[in-house]
Design a protein around this ligand. Structure first.
Ligand SMILES: Cc1ncc(C[n+]2csc(CCOP(=O)(O)OP(=O)(O)O)c2C)c(N)n1
Ligand SMILES: [Mg+2]
Length: 433
C-alpha cells in the first residue's frame, strides 16, 4: 500500500484544518457605502514612459491609476493627450449620442419592442475615448458593452436598431442576440456572447496582420469578470510570445452580473497586473477620465504600431446600471454605490473640463443632449417601420438555413422543408399577431 500522510484528513490531528476563502463584496443592499479604501490618487501623478519601454521597467503603472482630469477639471501631467477643443467636443457628442441611444433602447425593451438590451452607462469613456485614439481601420474585437465604438465610427444608428429589433432590415437576419452587432466596413468584429472568445481572436488577427506585413493593429475589450476565462490567458500568452500588435482592454466595472470582481481575482491584485506575469506592458487607468482613456490607448497603439509589443490596459470604472434589461442590481448591491463612486461620471467630467477651458457651456450641453435625444427618437421611428419584436416583420423563417453552405446539403434541405411544414400546421391562418 502506498504511504499516506499520517491522518491528514482524520480527526484528532493537531494540524490546522484547511479552509477556503469565499469572496464577499463590500456592500450588499441597504448597506451604507464608504469607498475610502479606493486609492484614486491624484491626477497627473503617474509618469509616462517611452512607448517602447520594457514592461519590467513600468511595473508600477499596473498598480497605480493614470488620471489626467483633476478635481479642478483641468488636465494634468505627462499623460495629458493635449487634444484640441473640437476633438473634445466630438468625444462629448459621441458620449451624448450613446447615452441617448441607451436610454431609448432600454425603454424599447420595457415596451416589448425587443427582448434584450445592455447599457454602458458610466463606462462611455472606456469605449468612445479609447477607440477615438485608434485609426478608423484598426480592427476592434469588442464585448457587448462597446456600442460607443460603432457610434463613434459612424456606423448608421438605424442598422443598430434594426438589429436590436431583429426586423426585416436587420443585416444579421435575426441570427444574433440583440446588440451583438457586426460590421466589416467599420472594422468591428462580430460580437459573441461566449465571453472572452474575442481575446484570442484579436491576438490572432493582430498576428495575421503582422505576418502579412500590414500596418493595422487590433484591439479587444473584455470585462473584468471575463478575464477569469481560459481564453483570456491563452490570448495573453500568444500576444507576449509573438509580440503581437494588439491592445487588450480590460473594462473593470467591478461587476459581472451579480458577481463582484473578487470572483475574478480582483481582491488579490489588479487586473492590469495580469499583464506583468506574461511580460506584457500594463497600464491601470481611471476609466471615467476621458482624457486618460484616450492617452493610454494612444500610448498602446503607438507601441503596437512600432512593433514594440502588446499592452494590457485596465480601465477602472463602475457599472452604474444593471447588467442588462434582464437584471435587477437592487437585489445584490447597495444602491448607494453609484452615488458614492469616487471617480464620478465620465460625461460630466468631460463636460466640466470643456467648460473650464472656456470651450463649452451649460446651454450648449442642453442643446446637444436635446438634439441627440431627438435624433435617436427619429431614427427609432424609422427603424420601427421595418418591424419590432413579435410583429412578424422579420426575415423569412427559411433564411435561417441559408448563407452557411454555398449549396444547401440534402439533410438541411429536408430539415428546412420540415420546419416550414410544421409551422404551417401550427399556424394554418398564418402567424398570430
Ligand atoms: C463563457 C461564458 N460564461 C458565462 C456567460 C454568462 N455571462 C454573460 S455576461 C456575464 C458577466 C460578465 O461580466 P464582465 O466580464 O465583468 O463584463 P460586464 O458585463 O461587466 O461588462 C456572464 C457571466 C457567458 N455569456 N459566456
Ligand atoms: Mg464587469
Amino acid at each position: 500500500m502506498a504511504d499516506r500522510p499520517d491522518s491528514a484528513a482524520g480527526q484528532g490531528s493537531n494540524k490546522p484544518s484547511l479552509s477556503l476563502h469565499v469572496p464577499e463584496p463590500h456592500y450588499r443592499p441597504g448597506d451604507a457605502v464608504d469607498f475610502s479604501h479606493v486609492d484614486s490618487g491624484e491626477a497627473g501623478r503617474e509618469p509616462r514612459p517611452d512607448e517602447a519601454c520594457d514592461p519590467a521597467e513600468m511595473r508600477d503603472l499596473a498598480y497605480g491609476l493614470i488620471r489626467v482630469l483633476g478635481d479642478d477639471d483641468l488636465a494634468h501631467g505627462a499623460w495629458d493627450p493635449k487634444l484640441d477643443a473640437d476633438t473634445l467636443r466630438t468625444m462629448l457628442k459621441n458620449m451624448a449620442v450613446t447615452r441617448a441611444f441607451d436610454e431609448r433602447m432600454f425603454r424599447g425593451q420595457r415596451q416589448g419592442k425587443t427582448s434584450f438590451y445592455m447599457k454602458c452607462t458610466g463606462e462611455e469613456a472606456t469605449s468612445i475615448s479609447a477607440s477615438m485614439a485608434l485609426a478608423s481601420d484598426d480592427m476592434v474585437f469588442p464585448s457587448y458593452r462597446q456600442q460607443g465604438i460603432l457610434l463613434s465610427r459612424g456606423y448608421p444608428m438605424i442598422e443598430m436598431i434594426n438589429q436590436i429589433y431583429s426586423n426585416r432590415g436587420d443585416k444579421l437576419k435575426g441570427r444574433q442576440l440583440p446588440i451583438m452587432y457586426s460590421s466589416r466596413e467599420h472594422s468591428f468584429f462580430t460580437i459573441s456572447g461566449n465571453l472572452a472568445t474575442q481575446t484570442p481572436q484579436a491576438v490572432g488577427w493582430a498576428m495575421a496582420s503582422a505576418i502579412k506585413g500590414d500596418s493595422r493593429i487590433a484591439a479587444t475589450w473584455v470585462g473584468e469578470g471575463s478575464t477569469a476565462e481560459g481564453d483570456f490567458h491563452a490570448a495573453c500568452t500568444f500576444a507576449a510570445v509573438y509580440n503581437a500588435p494588439v491592445i487588450l482592454n480590460v473594462v473593470n466595472n467591478q461587476w459581472a452580473i451579480s458577481s463582484f470582481s473578487g470572483f475574478a481575482g480582483g481582491e488579490r491584485t489588479t487586473f492590469a497586473a495580469r499583464g506583468l506575469g506574461h511580460g506584457i506592458a500594463a497600464l491601470r487607468v481611471d476609466g471615467n477620465d476621458a482624457l486618460a482613456c484616450y492617452a493610454a490607448e494612444r500610448w498602446a497603439a503607438n507601441r503596437a504600431r512600432a512593433n514594440a509589443g502588446p499592452t494590457l490596459i485596465e480601465f477602472f470604472t463602475y457599472r452604474a446600471e444593471g447588467h442588462s434589461t434582464s437584471d435587477d442590481p437592487s437585489g445584490y448591491r447597495s444602491a448607494q454605490e453609484r452615488e458614492e463612486w469616487p471617480l464620478g461620471d465620465p460625461v460630466m467630467r468631460l463636460k466640466r473640463h470643456l467648460i473650464a477651458l472656456g470651450e463649452w457651456d451649460e446651454e450648449r450641453q442642453e442643446e446637444m443632449d436635446r438634439e441627440a435625444a431627438e435624433m435617436v427618437r427619429a431614427t427609432t421611428k424609422e427603424a420601427e417601420a421595418n418591424g419590432i419584436l413579435g410583429h412578424g416583420l422579420h426575415h423569412p423563417f427559411r433564411t435561417m438555413f441559408e448563407d452557411v453552405f454555398e449549396e444547401l446539403p440534402w439533410h438541411l434541405k429536408e430539415q428546412a422543408e420540415q420546419a416550414v411544414k410544421e409551422r404551417e400546421i401550427k399556424f394554418p391562418e398564418g402567424l398570430p399577431k
